[in-house]
Design a binder for this molecule. Structure first.
Ligand SMILES: *Cc1c(COP(=O)(O)O)cnc(C)c1O
Length: 243
């Protein structure tokens, strides 16, 4: 008989296998690539089942939704480990103080202004927040993120902010059909990542390249992703409540 969370357990196994195969195919160590379970719209009981099955990090898009679910999540494991939580959706400056201190990483820093707000809020609570800079690699109008040609200048400006630690780059690329197209765009991101790492020799914390979702995490790993953000391939189709 099927138990209630069997689908999630099977999905986790399958995604992990695909991830490992992609890493090995690229000559990489599978342990270099972290799986972030994207839990937007997913109910706490299903998230907890995934945590139970060993998902060590989750990603949420919206501050309000995460705060509403947070108390029901079993983020502290009995073995003493703690599930990492990443904010991966667009963050408005006026919500920054609500979320800083409650997440382990903010992946969606897309302006100097937002980086400053996160730094200030972190300092206020005596902490430092790990962040990624989101790159709009496909130059899509509807997407947030900085353009590649503005990345250097932005990094120069935010590097000195004392309340943040810039750990790398994140992107949500355009939806592409072929493996070749997907890999080409991820490869552009990898080059940017390597470039900024080379320019930041003193900043050895630059270790995260977050790219790849349910439809393209394999290609992302082949091209150098260190973190893939996988939602529907783990939890099934998302149903958005009507507004
Ligand atoms: C929803 C979302 C994901 C996961 O998408 P899936 O296609 O369901 O894997 C990853 N990253 C971001 C920024 C998202 O908003």
């Amino acid at each position: 008989m099927e138990r209630p969370y069997d689908d999630i357990l099977e999905n986790i196994k399958r995604v992990r296998e695909t991830m490992a195969q992609a890493a090995i195919a690229a000559g990489r160590n599978p342990e270099e690539v972290q799986l972030l379970g994207v839990t937007k719209t997913v109910s706490p009981d299903r998230i907890n089942a995934a945590l139970d099955a060993g998902i060590a990090a989750i990603g949420e898009n919206r501050v309000q939704e995460f705060l509403g679910k947070r108390d029901a999540l079993l983020l502290n494991r009995s073995d003493g480990s703690k599930t990492a939580v990443h904010l991966i959706g667009h963050l408005q400056t006026n919500k920054v103080s609500k979320i800083v201190g409650l997440v382990d990483m903010i992946e969606s820093i897309d302006s100097v202004h937002l980086a400053k707000a996160v730094s200030d809020a972190s300092q206020k609570i005596g902490g430092v927040t790990d962040v990624l800079v989101e790159v709009n690699i496909g130059r899509e109008e509807a997407k947030s993120g900085v353009f590649a040609e503005n990345l250097d200048e932005m990094l120069d400006e935010i590097r000195g902010f004392p309340g943040i630690r810039v750990r790398g780059l994140m992107t949500v690329p355009p939806i592409l059909e072929t493996e070749k197209e997907k890999r080409a765009i991820f490869s552009q991101m990898y080059k940017l990542f390597i470039d900024i790492k080379a320019k930041n020799r003193d900043n050895d914390g630059m270790d995260t390249l977050s790219m790849g979702m349910s439809g393209d995490y394999r290609e992302a790993i082949l091209e150098g992703a260190t973190l893939v953000r996988v939602g529907s391939a783990l939890f099934g189709r998302r149903y958005y409540p009507p507004r």
